[in-house]
Write a protein that binds this ligand. Structure first.
Ligand code: NOJ
Ligand code: NOJ
Length: 416
């Protein structure tokens, strides 16, 4: 299939498959399963991070839609908000930072790397976008009663997350790959953005003291500390405790996801020279790491979590490239293209746009013909593997297509 036709096909497939993973029949409404896969790996759970990132895309779709579609997406967002509040109130082993829930809303009671403090920040970021739109439409009472009320102790979902983030951002916790305890760039960056967005929402609702408090905490978070001058990259973690997973390279794609997911409120621009350097260094490392990146005639580079990774979804036979990360690298290049275009640097902008396309063309090369996307694809054979129809893979792919569309308009580039 030609690239443009595939983009359209895969986009529509990803939307359908993503919605199939929201509130499946045997789950409480508002659940976002990480994948329909229940065996090796069993991903039939509501992960706070995956769910928030998925519902952030749903928020964008909601903001773009009208009529009955808008109504139905709004109901899904309300269900997600209600389920999230229920998660906060469930007895769990790590409270608000609990990373994953059973589909009946009870906490996952077994051992796990916890707490994961990116979760409450991402959940707040998503629901704050929703809340702001409701306020734009005059729905103050609904926002106060179901998303952000000023009362303390907090009795609404966003307020509870913001209180947690503002009081616990310094705490040691587990990172997004659920392996390393310490302080993390991804977590800190999304915490900073959540506090900035939370401060604005609080002010909008007249909760002036809380607004000042959230803002003051946001200013205390210093993502610059993670810049490693000698390696020329943002490193993922500092003050690592216990097992280190031998991550000696200091290279980890989660720092690129951080910039994307924290958005412009984090204070670090996609066009920051340090971000550009980090992205390039990671790309070069993965280009040489996986043999599929040397297939003659296959465009672009497949990107994984970090070079030392050995998690393959079941056994520990070696790390692989991930769909969601390769898509996120495309998004990063499209966003950089848009930023460069706005600065009037058109030739450079076009080059970044084309580089973004190469990551999506790489996904096209390995994607299943039926439109399903898994978590990983094998580093030597290129076949999809690990959790099938990972919700986050579909969400990150759709985000890439959306970023592509936005920067294409600025560049007057052809196609989808
Ligand atoms: C499952 C996690 O989701 C994955 O990221 C991790 O590598 C393994 N558990 C090992 O902790
Ligand atoms: C493993 C990933 O490392 C983690 O980030 C994710 O939340 C879970 N899988 C569920 O998709």
């Amino acid at each position: 299939m030609d690239y443009q036709a595939w983009l359209k096909f895969q986009h529509d497939q990803s939307i359908t498959r993503l919605f199939a993973n929201i509130s499946p029949w045997d789950a409480v409404p508002g659940v976002v399963i990480a994948s329909p896969e229940r065996n090796s790996p069993n991903y039939y759970f509501h992960w706070v991070r995956d769910a928030a990132l998925t519902m952030d895309l749903v928020t964008s779709l909601y903001l773009d839609s009208q009529g009955s579609r808008r109504q139905s997406l709004r109901e899904k967002l309300m269900e997600y908000a209600r389920f999230s509040r229920r998660n906060q109130l469930s007895p769990t082993r790590s409270g608000i930072g609990e990373p994953k829930f059973n589909v009946d809303g009870t906490g996952y009671g077994l051992d796990w790397c916890r707490p994961q403090n990116d979760g409450p920040a991402l959940r707040a970021l998503t629901l704050i976008r929703f809340a702001n739109d409701l306020l734009d439409h005059g729905e103050v009472d609904l926002v106060r009663s179901s998303l952000y009320g000023a009362q303390l102790p907090a009795n609404t979902v966003v307020k509870a997350d913001l209180e947690y983030v503002s009081h616990h951002w310094k705490d040691m916790n587990c990172e997004i790959w659920e392996e390393v305890q310490g302080d993390h760039f991804y977590t800190r960056l999304v915490q900073k953005s959540a506090l900035m967005a939370g401060s604005l929402l609080a002010r909008r609702l007249g909760d002036v003291a809380a607004s000042a408090w959230y803002e003051s905490r946001a200013h205390m978070i210093q993502p610059e500390l993670f810049w490693d001058q000698s390696k020329g990259v943002f490193v993922p973690s500092l003050n690592v405790k216990g097992e280190t997973k031998n991550k000696s390279s200091g290279l980890d794609s989660q720092v690129v996801l951080a910039i994307l997911h924290a958005g412009s409120q984090s204070g670090i621009s996609v066009a920051d020279a340090r971000v550009m350097d980090t992205v390039r260094t990671l790309k070069d490392r993965f280009a040489s790491l996986y043999s599929i990146n040397r297939i003659p005639g296959a465009a672009g580079v497949a990107i994984g979590r970090y070079p030392e990774d050995i998690y393959d979804g079941g056994d520990w036979k070696g790390g692989n490239p991930w769909v969601l990360i390769t898509a996120a690298f495309a998004s990063m290049h499209y966003l950089q293209a848009a930023e460069l275009a706005e600065q009037g640097r058109l030739a450079k902008a076009r080059a970044h746009f084309n580089e973004g396309d190469l990551f999506l063309k790489r996904l096209q090369y390995h994607a299943n013909p039926d439109g399903s996307l898994s978590e990983q694809f094998h580093r030597d054979t290129g076949f999809m593997m690990s959790a099938r129809d990972l919700t986050w893979s579909h969400a990150e792919f759709v985000q890439a297509v959306r970023h592509r569309r936005a920067s294409r308009k600025l560049l007057a580039a052809p196609g989808e």
